[in-house]
Design a protein around this ligand. Structure first.
Ligand SMILES: NC(=O)c1ccc[n+]([C@@H]2O[C@H](COP(=O)([O-])OP(=O)(O)OC[C@H]3O[C@@H](n4cnc5c(N)ncnc54)[C@H](O)[C@@H]3O)[C@@H](O)[C@H]2O)c1
Length: 254
């Protein structure tokens, strides 16, 4: 990873974003941890610094264009030219069939997961273009590749992230910037815990069903997704762009 030095990680306060920040820092990168939850972002950065790495944090709402611009500028001012970005900030939204999905839930979920990813990409691309070098990894989902009932806005947003990733990968293929998506299956993080909590009395049954739906018979771990993200960020993935890589214990092929 000698050519990659500075990473910007949204959603870095929790789950997959946190694990990605820790993994990239472990591989020698300086990392800015960006999250709507400032305390969580600070905690991740503190873990990195405590282990002797370089990190800082910033509070950002990925739906706020000016805030995202400031957060990316903070990153390059603090550590230098941006070489990698992981767009992990995301929400699941409410559970309801498409016909019962509220407009508020629809707009909030699309706004954070899809518009937020695009707003971050715009600033990350602008920061990477001068050096004609960089790697962006967007968090899609298995449900960016296949459907799932009762979560229409999330499903639509994640299919959107896959489409956005493919289109942008083509735009920047000859400009030195690789853009990929990872599509995790069920990963044990606070986001998945919330899904079980929201299901109420059905929560524990649902969790068991989710585990059984994975061909490998278990939930994934955030650091297993982070390992794939770190590879996509690294020079060893130099010929990989526009991929939507499942990290899912076989879920989408099962
Ligand atoms: N956990 C899974 O099973 C799973 C599966 C597939 C895809 N994903 C995707 O991976 C990504 C990370 O998920 P996770 O499980 O780590 O979730 P998580 O809830 O553990 O972490 C998400 C983080 O994003 C932050 N965030 C939310 N809205 C934000 C906003 N508007 N601006 C900035 N930060 C914001 C939260 O504060 C939180 O720290 C999400 O995009 C999610 O959709 C997760």
């Amino acid at each position: 990873m000698a050519d990659l030095k500075v990473a910007f990680v949204t959603g870095g306060g929790s789950g997959i974003g946190r694990a990605s920040a820790l993994t990239l820092a472990h591989e020698g990168m300086a990392v800015v941890v960006a999250d709507a939850d400032a305390e969580a972002a600070a905690a991740t950065a503190a873990v990195i610094v405590g282990k002797g790495g370089r990190a800082d944090h910033i509070q950002v709402d990925v739906t706020d264009e000016a805030g995202v611009r400031d957060a990316v500028a903070f990153t390059t001012d603090r550590f230098g030219p941006l070489s990698a970005a992981v767009n992990s900030a995301g929400i699941q939204g409410e559970l309801a069939p498409a016909g019962e999905c509220t407009r508020e839930n629809w707009e909030r979920t699309l706004s954070v997961n899809l518009t937020g990813t695009w707003l971050c990409m715009k600033e990350e691309l602008a920061a990477m273009l001068p050096a004609k070098s960089g790697s962006i990894v967007n968090l899609a989902s298995n449900f960016g590749l296949v459907g799932k009932p009762r979560i229409p806005a999330y499903c639509a947003s994640k299919h959107g992230v896959v489409g956005l990733t493919k289109s942008a990968a083509l735009d920047y293929a000859q400009l030195g910037i690789r853009i990929n998506a990872v599509c995790p299956g069920p990963i044990s993080t606070p986001l998945l815990d919330k899904l079980a909590t929201d299901a109420g009395a059905m929560g524990s049954t649902m969790r068991k069903e989710v585990e059984e739906s994975v061909p490998m018979g278990r939930l994934g771990r955030a650091n297993e997704v982070a390992a794939a993200i770190a590879w996509l960020c690294s020079a060893t993935a130099s010929f990989v762009t526009g991929a939507a890589l499942p990290v899912d214990g076989g879920f989408v092929v099962g």
